[in-house]
Design a binder for this molecule. Structure first.
Ligand code: NDP
Length: 297
């Protein structure tokens, strides 16, 4: 059996089309366009690529955006002062500080300095906490995008065993909470969360009905580690050297796609799976911030 492919590009386009329509309606009702302020510290090439994709998506859906570039020598005090200004600026709906930050800056501190009502990445402890207790919140974009994919393809998770490989604050942990807690067919799974100290990873992955992998380890998951019919969401984006490519590298996920797809019932490709959904959900969150839908005044 070869798996059905979960087409994140297609679902992300549908999501952006929806947001575009909602932005138009919002402006037809006399409102200004939503505005996303991106803050980019330093010169990380991967961050440049991600910010470029976010900026292009904003343009497509009618969200205005600006990228503030700060040198990698910026102090924590200066960065937080900049964020405080943006927090107070009524023309700014969403604030996104692109991660990772240079080593001398604490991502925790910087994220906490963002007004949680403008935290369209959904990383602020207020939003994470509200997500955990099932209150309305900005949901971090990658986990929210994964739930959208399950919904689009009517893949139920209720009552299934979902195994998440990776326990980061931005992917592994929040997707495990959503899968466990969300009501309806795309939620209510029994979840296992694995990390670096998990002994015998295969013992866990082999029992998964739903397997979400966000470890940042190229092709960590092999066919012999999964059961027939598993649904695989591969979040990983890894650059591996590839002389046949002009850029000198290829992008691969955390799963050995070619072998795992022969056993899975559904699988996301890399690229073209979860990545585009992350950006599309950011558009959704920015519109929600402009409309003050999560935190009404
Ligand atoms: P982090 O490095 O923050 O977290 C990785 C997690 O995986 C950690 O919890 C770590 O464990 C765990 N881990 C690492 N190696 C293993 C292993 N061998 N076995 C089990 N667990 C392991 O990464 P992120 O969550 O930020 O990102 C993960 C991947 O997803 C990356 O490739 C990243 O590029 C990609 N990504 C893709 C996005 C998209 O839109 N498609 C968005 C965000 C990330 P421990 O906690 O013990 O350290």
């Amino acid at each position: 059996m070869s798996a059905n492919i979960i087409d994140g590009k297609k679902v992300a386009q549908l999501t952006r089309d929806e947001v575009r329509k909602d932005v138009d309606d919002w402006m037809d009702a006399g409102n200004r366009p939503p505005f996303l302020q991106v803050v980019l510290v330093g010169n990380n090439p991967a961050s440049d690529v991600y910010v470029g994709a976010k900026t292009r998506a904003c343009k497509e859906v009618g969200i205005e955006t600006d990228t503030m570039r700060l040198p990698d020598t910026v102090s924590a005090k200066e960065l937080k002062a900049t964020i405080h200004k943006l927090n107070k600026d009524d023309s700014v709906d969403g604030i996104l500080v692109q991660l990772p930050l240079p080593n001398h800056l604490s991502a925790h501190d910087v994220i906490e300095s963002i007004d949680y009502r403008k935290d369209v990445d959904g990383f602020h402890p207020m939003n994470v906490g509200r997500l955990t207790v099932g209150q309305p919140s900005f949901r971090s974009c990658t986990p929210a995008g994964i739930i959208e994919l399950f919904k689009h393809y009517s893949i139920p998770t209720k009552g299934k065993h979902a195994v998440v490989v990776g326990a980061s604050n931005i992917v592994g942990r929040p997707i495990s909470i959503l899968l466990n807690k969300e009501s309806g067919e795309q939620g209510k799974a029994t979840t296992t969360v694995c990390h670096k100290f998990t002994k015998d990873l295969t013992q866990h992955t082999i029992g998964a009905d739903i397997l979400v992998v966000a470890a940042g380890q190229p092709e960590l998951i092999k066919a012999e580690m999964v059961k027939e019919g598993v649904v695989v969401i591969d979040v990983g984006i890894n650059r591996v050297a590839d002389e046949t490519k002009e850029k000198g590298y290829s992008l691969v996920g955390d799963c050995d796609f070619e072998s795992v797809k022969e056993k899975a019932s559904w699988i996301t490709p890399v690229p073209g799976g979860v990545g585009p959904m992350t950006v599309a959900m950011l558009m959704k969150n920015t519109l929600l911030a402009a409309k003050k839908s999560i935190y009404p005044e």
